[in-house]
Design a protein around this ligand. Sequence first.
Ligand code: SF4
Length: 215
Amino acid sequence: MKSVLLKNEQKLLYGLANPLPVMEHFYTLQGEGVYSGNPAYFIRLAGCDVGCHWCDVKESWQYDETQMQEVEILAKTASESGTNIVVITGGEPSIYDLSLLTQACHRYGLRTHIETAGVHPLKGAFDWVCLSPKKFIPPLQDYYAIANELKIIVYNKSDFHWAEQHAAPCSDKTTLLLQAEWGQKEKMYPLITNYILQNPQWKLSLQTHKYLEIP
Ligand code: SF4
């Protein structure tokens, strides 16, 4: 029987996590953000305690024992793809201590990127942190200083104000990105375009993989 977080796997929450619950892992192009267009190996971890109503990967929230995978095998498989970038996403990957996974990736010469809502302390060695805050649980303050990119999903007009609230505590080096929620893209991209023209510290992020119909 599945549950959002398996009771007998509570040790995964704050202990060194190996194996990890994996929803899927695959080689594709990074579709979003600063690294858009780069080949990357995605490891989508299962489990999320955020619960966005517009979530497009709700199937990642739950998992069972059959999905547990050894970090060494995941890193080796990623390295055999030919890319030098591993993107660890979810679900919400900050639930887990990713030290062993990121160490294994580094041993194989892979860059470690994470896409996170920043709701739990970051555990692991990351070369790129994409912070994508969600409204239901705000990010921990520590994430603003380490975010290489801040990716705000724009669902409605009020989200521009919300985006600025998250941009304010970020470092000057953080790339600020606005991306429409996929279901609202026709309505929101014209507004996002206008907003960026008037606020050029922001850049556009498109979900290019969805336009290309690739994973
Ligand atoms: S944090 Fe990500 S995986 Fe979790 S509910 Fe929100 S969009 Fe979905």
